[in-house]
Design a protein around this ligand. Structure first.
Ligand SMILES: O=C(O)[C@H](O)[C@H](O)[C@@H](O)CO
Ligand SMILES: [Mg+2]
Length: 390
């Protein structure tokens, strides 16, 4: 079997979008002076879809959500020529070809995300060519079903947040992630607002459920150090990305305080990036995203590393490319789950592009044994709402 063609297209959402509300999530731009664009750094309204076809007619699907037009250009210009004519079973060789030939300017960020998309499509081909789901090629089923946590609860009116939490508690979710709206620039009033929001959500979900707290890199070390003791009484399972992804020593310092486990990794890349996080004990929960970190070839290795370091992997974003990794390793106890909503932040856009994504049932997800590959296909229902860049 040989790879015949690689097609990368960008799906740009042009349909109705829910406008961002107030301080719906702290983020790295909050700290920048005279910033009016904070929320725009936070919306992911287009997606790159990669289709790789083999000479025997199998089509593998991959995707990447970071800087989609740039990712497409990298795939078209640099990656496609490296894999065309090659045997997809030589996936490690192909991965190294892509990684090493772009090394001078790639390594992390959008290049690694582009490599991830090609690698995902290759693994989809492998599964389809032997009639097995990808998780069966990685270690198989380690769980009857995958526990997942509800991930939304952006900072809005507290009553609305409580209603949202109640609705999904009633649907059987046993774990929730909420977002902070405020950070250092909002001074003491922001501290109170942040604490009030956690108290409001805990009031609804009680203490027999997990609660995760997301900062999305919108805090700094000093602020995070002040917040940790104040948040402890709400018993969060973790505090996510309190500082920017490059401040690994900051993560390590916060994690060493041992007040709340610190999580991170959705903005980290490659096996080497995660080795560094683990060596420094910077995170207590690893959150790579397979469509950023280097695809399944890289994520599978990171799972092994995390197993050896006894640090759980709970990938960023859920979605099929991550669920196969979670299913196939004991290092990963749970998945994130972006619920189906109108298009807002963009976390939900996946539902509008792909069919096959499992829907949570009573707080669990199931992967089928009889669906080969990653189990996704392209949806046609919403096509008229997308501008497609060929
Ligand atoms: O962990 C997450 O789910 C991410 O940080 C989200 O993609 C981001 O949108 C923050 O809500
Ligand atoms: Mg996050």
């Amino acid at each position: 079997m040989k790879i015949k063609s690689v097609r990368a297209r960008v799906y740009e959402w042009k349909g109705k979008t829910v406008p961002p509300q107030g301080n719906f999530c702290s983020n790295a731009m909050d700290l920048v002076y005279s910033n009016t664009e904070s929320m725009s750094t936070f919306r992911f309204h287009s997606w790159t879809v990669v289709e790789i076809e083999t000479d025997d007619g199998i089509v593998g699907l991959g995707n990447v959500a970071l800087a989609p037009r740039i990712a497409k250009a990298i795939i078209d210009e640099y990656l496609a020529p490296l894999v065309i004519g090659q045997d997809p079973w030589d996936y490690e060789y192909l991965w190294q070809r892509m990684y090493r030939s772009t090394h001078a300017w790639g390594r992390k960020g959008v290049t690694m995300a582009a490599i991830s998309a090609v690698d995902l499509a290759i693994w989809d081909i492998l599964g389809k060519s032997v009639g097995k789901p990808v998780f069966k090629l990685l270690g198989g089923r380690t769980k009857e079903k995958i526990p997942c946590y509800y991930s939304k609860l952006y900072r809005t009116d507290l009553k609305d947040m409580q209603q949202e939490a109640q609705k999904f508690l009633d649907q059987g979710f046993k774990a929730f992630k909420m977002r902070f709206g405020y950070g250092p620039v909002h001074l003491q009033q922001g501290v109170s607002e942040n604490l009030k929001s956690v108290a409001a959500v805990r009031e609804v979900i009680g203490y027999d459920t997990d609660l995760m707290l997301e900062c999305y890199m919108g805090w700094n070390l000093e602020y995070a150090k002040r917040m940790l003791p104040k948040l402890a009484k709400y018993e969060p399972r973790w505090l996510e990305e309190p500082v920017i992804a490059d401040d690994i020593d900051g993560y390590a310092e916060l994690n060493a305080m041992n007040i709340i486990p610190i999580s991170g990794g959705e903005h980290e890349f490659s096996l080497y990036g995660f080795k560094q996080l683990l060596d420094k004990k910077a995170v207590s929960v690893v959150q790579y995203d397979t469509n950023r970190v280097g695809g399944i070839t890289a994520a599978h290795k990171i799972n092994a590393l995390c197993e050896a370091y006894s640090v759980p992997v709970i990938p960023h974003a859920g979605q099929m490319h991550n669920y196969h990794l979670t299913m196939s390793t004991l290092a990963s106890p749970m998945a994130e789950y972006f619920p189906i909503f109108d298009v807002e932040v963009g976390n939900e856009l996946f539902w509008y592009i792909f069919d096959g994504e499992p829907i949570a049932d009573n707080g669990f997800l199931q992967l089928r044994d009889d669906v080969p590959g990653l189990g996704l296909s392209l949806k046609t229902e919403y096509l008229q709402h997308f501008h497609i860049v060929e």
